[in-house]
Design a protein around this ligand. Structure first.
Ligand code: 7RM
Length: 657
């Protein structure tokens, strides 16, 4: 944890931010939560608060105990039984919402589709039957590797319906990353598609699955949704590979929701940590659903009968799990799902979607906002964005400039902006304004939500009331991770050992005079590139996996658009020589091992890497070197000057140990 102080001037600037915005009277009057007393009430008895929220769900059997807490192991709503898919679907259909739209789908090529709650339930019941016919049962883990199409939430909910866990692997991950996740979770069934569309090009998902299975013998069956069809034919292996539509057309039986324990595993989601091996984050049913439903309603001020809600994340990340699938469906919302990128066919695609579906709530990442700033407001001006009434941000710190731009140009100065801090591990939003109550400041996620304990502490674990330190969580919360799959030791070690009795989030934060929290980014070896978590160690091990590489050190350098950019310092084996082509080859190798998101933006070849006496790579120094260079230059460099530069700096910095 050597990088606890952030020297990025852009971040220092936002701590001087003095603008603030009160919710408008009109927004306040109609807000779902308008009484600030909720903070006090929740604080007085946080278990009672969560009990009340849990009781908004449908339980087959009511729980008899709210929390059992053996730090760091939590169990919520003990003795209760429920089903997540029942809560998201059957409950609404039984309450007269059968014909309400659950999702509007917009494919990248422009194809459109919508699904009502009734139709979604029907599809999920059928697919649950299909999964049973493939041998899936309660306790199993199904891998899902799909584009952003409606069959993705269908597959997730069908697993939940059976009490089986899903393990969704982001469609941008490579065959090798997919294989690792399949093996760790021991998934016998993989649900995928022939391909997905990205900027008009087919992403060959099924081909990647075929490749992954070569090193994942555990896989017995593959279900393939036809998405791209003739544009990219796939090979189907007999008695292993089945087309989704063929299996679905044979279904006559419908599977009812299986009653599961509150603590039954709902899903695994792999996330990058500080080592090369991604962690399988475990989320269970009752607590997770309780908190995603509450936060989705409270933070986005969801009026389910009139709002059109669009979370522009990918379901392959936790934001999509919680705020495209489980939160919105548990609340009976109408959502939009868009398959592709914001610049296809042109840079106004998002604004045209907002205009077309009359989107009222938009949830997006700062990196997207900064990209739109770069593209210019002419793309927004072409469209009517007046339907919007609330804007959310997630995934990384949002600089005040981007926050203001979002508020002024997308929100037309009338929409509250909620900057929401949370993690794969927290399952749902933890720090955020309540839009009908909180005075916001551009760049601050403001305060912990009701019932949440969040504090900044110094190096020794002492609470900081003004100034900077480490973000910690002081109380258990219902949607907290229940552990790391098959590795309880690592769970304890990663999150609960740095500070006594506190969850260590891995983020730096500052508290201002009014108690507002300002998140400053990671303090560990995790980079945040366009809102995606990438581990430096993971990229390093992908690089050294290449036969030409002797050693590699990877750092995240500040980047005006993507937040951080991946910069790799590489020492080649003595028989190899550095060249732009070699750099390209290494970048391609990383994409193959992990996925395109992990590709270094720049590779700097050096003869040596600066190390401490104990042999640790001096990353902070490398980051300084990287940030001192013109990183706009994406061509790979073989530059002897860098070595000199590193050496000189190292001479001044030998104390970093
Ligand atoms: C939801 C998500 C988690 C990491 C987290 C932070 C960073 C997320 C914000 C943020 C500042 C925010 N899950 N982060 N939200 N930093 N302000 N509003 O992104 O597991 O993929 O990443 O993302 O560093 O630890 S995640």
């Amino acid at each position: 944890m050597t990088d606890s102080t952030n020297t990025n001037p852009a971040i220092e600037n936002y701590l001087l931010e003095e603008r603030s915005f009160e919710p408008s009277d009109q927004f306040k009057q109609n807000a779902i939560i308008k009484d600030a007393a909720i903070y006090e009430t929740a604080d007085k008895d946080y278990l009672k608060f969560w009990e009340q929220q849990a009781n908004q769900l449908h339980w087959f059997k009511p729980f008899d105990k709210v929390l059992e807490w053996n730090l760091p192991f939590a169990k919520w709503f003990l003795g209760g039984t429920l089903n997540a898919s029942y809560n998201c679907l059957d409950r609404h259909v039984n309450n007269g919402l059968k014909d309400k739209i659950a999702y509007y789908f917009e494919g990248e090529p422009g194809d459109k589709r919508s699904m009502t709650y009734g139709e979604l339930l029907d599809e999920v019941e059928k697919f649950a039957t299909v999964l049973v016919s493939l041998g899936v049962k309660k306790g199993d883990t199904v891998a899902i590797y799909m584009p952003m199409i409606l069959e993705l939430p269908v597959a997730m909910l069908a697993c939940a319906r059976l009490g089986a866990a899903h393990s969704v692997v982001f469609g941008g991950f490579s065959a090798s990353a997919l294989s690792d996740r399949i093996n760790d979770a021991e998934s016998k069934v993989v649900v995928t598609a022939d391909g997905g569309f990205r900027r008009g090009v087919v992403v060959p998902l099924k081909d990647n699955v075929d490749e992954a299975i070569k090193s994942s013998p555990v896989v017995e069956s593959v279900v393939v949704v036809k998405r791209v069809g003739d544009k990219h034919p796939v090979t189907m292996l007999e008695n292993r590979d089945y087309f989704y539509h063929d299996l679905m057309s044979q279904v006559t039986e419908r599977i009812g929701a299986v009653e599961v324990d509150s603590e039954n595993l709902l899903f695994l989601l792999y996330t990058s940590g500080t080592t090369a091996k991604p962690k399988g984050i475990m989320h269970t049913t009752g607590g997770y659903l309780t908190q995603v439903a509450f936060t989705h309603k409270a933070v986005f001020d969801l009026h389910a009968d009139s709002d059109i809600y669009w979370c522009a994340a990918d379901i392959g990340w936790v934001t999509g799990h919680s705020y495209i699938v489980y939160g919105p469906l548990a609340n009976g919302a109408t959502g939009v799902i868009y398959e592709g990128t914001p610049d296809f066919p042109d840079k106004d695609r998002w604004w045209s979607i907002i205009e077309e579906y009359k989107v009222t709530i938009l949830y997006a990442a700062p990196t997207a906002i900064r990209t739109f700033m770069k593209w210019g407001i002419e793309y927004l001006k072409k469209h009517d964005l007046s339907s919007l009434r609330l804007l959310g941000s997630v995934g990384e710190p949002i600089n005040p400039e981007a926050w203001m731009w979002y508020r002024e140009n997308v929100g037309l100065n009338k929409c509250p902006v909620v900057d929401t801090w949370w993690q794969t591990e927290t399952g749902s939003i933890m720090i955020s304004p309540l839009p009908g109550i909180t005075k916001t400041k551009p760049g601050s996620a403001t305060f912990p939500l009701p019932a949440i304990g969040a504090e900044v502490v110094d190096d020794t674990g002492k609470k900081v009331t003004l100034g900077g330190g480490y973000l910690t969580l002081t109380r258990p919360w219902p949607s907290m991770l229940r552990g790391i799959y098959k590795d309880p030791e690592r769970y304890q070690q990663t999150y609960w050992s740095r500070f006594d009795q506190r969850y260590f989030a891995g983020d730096g934060a500052k508290v201002d005079e009014e108690g507002y929290l300002w998140l400053l980014g990671r303090v560990d070896d995790v980079m945040n590139v366009s809102g995606h978590r990438v581990s430096t160690t993971e990229v390093e091990s992908a690089l050294v996996d290449h036969s030409a590489v002797a050693e590699a050190a990877v750092v995240g350098a500040n980047d005006a658009t993507t937040g951080q950019a991946i910069i790799a310092f590489v020492t080649l084996k003595s028989t190899e020589s550095a060249s732009p082509e070699k750099g390209e080859e290494l970048r391609a190798h990383v994409a193959e091992k992990i996925g395109p998101i992990a590709k270094p933006k720049v590779i700097i070849f050096t003869e040596d890497l600066p190390k401490t006496r104990s042999g640790k790579i001096m990353r902070r120094l490398l980051r300084d070197v990287a940030e001192g260079r013109n990183l706009g230059d994406t061509t790979t460099l073989a530059d002897p000057k860098v070595v000199e530069e590193i050496k000189q700096k190292a001479a001044l910095n030998t104390s970093e140990d």
